[in-house]
Ligand binder design. Structure first.
Ligand code: SAM
Length: 285
């Protein structure tokens, strides 16, 4: 604190405190803001207080991009470095919602929150509940948004479920094996679920089989999120099971570009595939 001086910045009708290094005049502090790594001309200098410009310019970059693309046009690369993933993972493994562990990184929590707000899914099907933290978070988000959604979360072993998640009236937990997805979520059951759907695969088993099964029931407008396809993450965690996920996703999507497109707004929200879910946000079109 003693290395800083306090500066007052006016923003709309509010004023707030900002900490600025002692040797710099707060009025002249400038920030380098790289909007698009691919284009060095996008490196612009703005006043720290110019938040409206930041927002407008950033949203222009996103708006100018074609939003939906077939996976064949996407690269498998990610702008997240190995070091960044290692560092963020420390927090990821400690992330909770209402005291319940959830295996989510901060980037995808923000991305999915935007997606839920935009989609307002009537049904969420999560594969892989673990302690129930992510299902609880999803149900709470949708409730706050005023959605009366049905949130279903399945797991092969619900004994790990946290009591806080278990007692939630807003999530239905179902125990069973997605290797036998037809039996676990039978046709007659899926046909009762109101669209649009948000289907999340976070169980890392039988991905192609699961996607092929759901493909029989999805409708235009539905979203599927395939988690942990980032090629750096499995190597880091040595999770052999999920190493193949991106290949299985590509294999499923091969020949289905008329049905599913990658939503680049979400995959690239923080930079090209700056997500744990490389090319993993799919819209049924
Ligand atoms: C990564 S965790 C889910 C994390 C949770 N979605 C979260 O964000 O907190 C994966 C879960 O998938 C479950 N799982 C693994 N194989 C499965 C299978 N064949 N069928 C159903 N669930 C399975 C595991 O029991 C584990 O709880």
């Amino acid at each position: 604190m003693d290395k800083c001086i306090k500066g007052q910045m006016k923003h709309s009708s509010r004023s707030f405190q900002a900490e600025t290094p002692r040797d710099q005049d707060p009025k002249t502090v400038r920030t380098k803001f790289l909007l698009d790594n691919q284009d060095p001309r996008a490196l612009i200098l703005m006043d720290n207080s110019d938040y409206h410009s930041f927002r407008d310019k950033a949203s222009k970059v996103l708006k100018n991009k074609v939003r939906f693309a077939p996976i064949e046009e996407r690269k498998d690369t990610t702008e997240l470095s190995y070091e960044a993933i290692c560092s963020i993972s420390h927090g990821k493994w400690q992330t909770c919602w209402r005291g319940v562990d959830m295996l989510k990184d901060p980037l995808d929590l923000v991305i999915v929150q935007h997606l839920l707000w935009e989609l307002k899914p009537q049904t969420v099907v999560e594969l892989g509940a673990y302690k129930g933290g992510s299902a609880l978070w999803t149900a709470d988000m949708l409730k706050m948004f005023g959605c009366k959604s049905r949130v279903i979360s399945v797991d092969i072993d619900l004994s790990l479920l946290d009591p806080e998640a278990k007692k939630s009236p807003d999530v239905e937990f179902i125990e069973g094996d997605i290797m036998d997805i037809e039996k676990l979520l039978p046709e007659e059951f899926l046909e009762t679920l109101v669209h649009p759907w948000f289907v999340v695969d976070d169980a890392h088993a039988n991905l192609k089989g699961v996607l092929e099964y759901f493909d029989r029931f999805t409708q235009p407008g539905d979203y599927i999120c395939v988690e942990d396809t980032n090629p750096i993450v499995p190597a880091l965690m040595d999770q052999g099971l999920i190493r193949e996920k991106l290949n299985q996703l590509k294999s499923f999507l091969s020949g289905r570009s008329q049905r599913y497109l990658v939503d680049q707004r979400y995959t690239d929200f923080f930079g090209y595939n700056a997500t744990w879910n490389t090319n993993g946000f799919l819209k049924r079109v």
